[in-house]
Design a protein around this ligand. Structure first.
Ligand code: ADP
Ligand code: MG
Length: 318
């Protein structure tokens, strides 16, 4: 199968299955065309997944596709963007048809779920690597940023934390119990909080998605905003499966574990009080922004090195 057969057979059907009115020209030409509306900002970001670095060798192809699109879409969620389209740079070792079929199925599923239309891409042979560039839009000036948190703002997180990190321990379990299956689902099928991010436009003073771990990602937000914070570790939202499977380490995993793709945001207290209950119930207050630059804790302290996050070139972020 040639490169163009591969694109026609496996990727063009994905492009046809999920379209967007803003995407005027999808795969087939030298470039895709996106029509930009006045008074909108284009927000875009690229993410790469490499086999053996971001997912295990032999990892299911449909999971690879879902995770590639989900992690990229999570960056759009963090900016409060409306998803539009994505490009896909796919490097594969061979043209294994069963693998491609599963990959295309996972990609189609994710594209529909996140409302992202496939705009084009590049296909090459080499070590398995998947890069996804996503495009989204926000009303001009309304994108959420990491900077903007002010002393007094409440720190909130969405969903529950630590599940995906706990799943790493049972990735190779032969017959996972129901709780382990729930944890594994969080790792295999992350669900970027796109709708929540959109509803935080004009509400949150700053936001970030939690990919490396709350400790590391909150620190990025605080650094960008030039502020400090107090965090109550006893308030971190923990799922039932996490508390039952890892009772001794649940809080630690929630603080330092990555791959959850929840949102962390700061919200001025007055806006939090007025916030629609349907949005508020998706969030848990875990602390408050403070003047200065330090991070202090209530309800326990993180273990040494926890919250360090993952850095490809240093391994430990200071
Ligand atoms: P060019 O040589 O002009 O850069 P290519 O030969 O790389 O174009 O690709 C031909 C067409 O197929 C382009 O429209 C491109 O967007 C599309 N395409 C190639 N690879 C992919 C992919 N992985 N996913 C989606 N579309 C792809
Ligand atoms: Mg060309």
């Amino acid at each position: 199968m040639g490169e163009f057969d591969l694109i026609r057979r496996y990727l063009e059907p994905v492009a046809r299955s999920q379209t967007h009115t803003g995407l005027l020209l999808a795969p087939g030409d030298d470039c895709a065309i996106q029509r930009l509306l006045p008074d909108q900002d284009l927000v875009f970001s690229i993410d790469t997944l490499v086999e053996s670095v971001h997912f295990p060798r032999g990892y299911r192809a449909d999971y690879v596709a879902w995770r590639a699109l989900a992690t990229a879409a999570s960056d759009l969620a963090a900016m409060g963007a409306d998803p539009v389209c994505f490009t896909l740079a796919l490097t594969i070792p061979d043209d294994d048809e069963a693998w491609l079929q599963a990959f295309a199925a996972g990609l189609k599923d994710a594209a529909r779920t996140f409302a992202l239309a496939l705009a084009g891409g590049d296909t090459t042979r080499g070590p398995l690597t998947v890069s996804v560039q996503v495009h989204g839009t926000v009303p001009a000036g309304m994108a959420l940023r990491r900077s903007g948190a002010c002393p007094g703002d409440l720190i909130v997180v969405s969903g529950t934390l630590g599940d995906a990190a706990a799943a790493l321990a049972c990735l190779h379990t032969d017959a996972p119990c129901a709780d382990e299956q729930a944890l594994l689902a969080r790792y295999h099928h992350p669900e970027p909080r796109l709708a929540l991010g959109q509803s935080l436009r004009g509400v949150a003073s700053a936001a970030i998605d939690i990919s490396d771990g709350l400790g590391a990602d909150l620190q990025h937000l605080l650094n960008a905003s030039g502020v400090g914070a107090v965090v109550d570790l006893s308030r971190l939202p923990l799922s039932g499966p996490l508390q039952r499977c890892r009772p001794g380490e649940a809080r630690q995993l929630a603080w330092s574990g990555g791959d959850d793709y929840e949102l962390c945001a700061t919200i001025p207290e007055a806006r939090w009080q007025r916030l629609d209950a349907s949005v508020r119930t998706q969030l848990t207050v875990i602390g408050q922004v403070q003047a200065g630059t330090g991070l202090s804790f209530r309800g326990g302290v993180p273990e040494p090195a926890a919250g360090a996050g993952y850095d490809h070139f240093r391994r430990q972020v200071s």
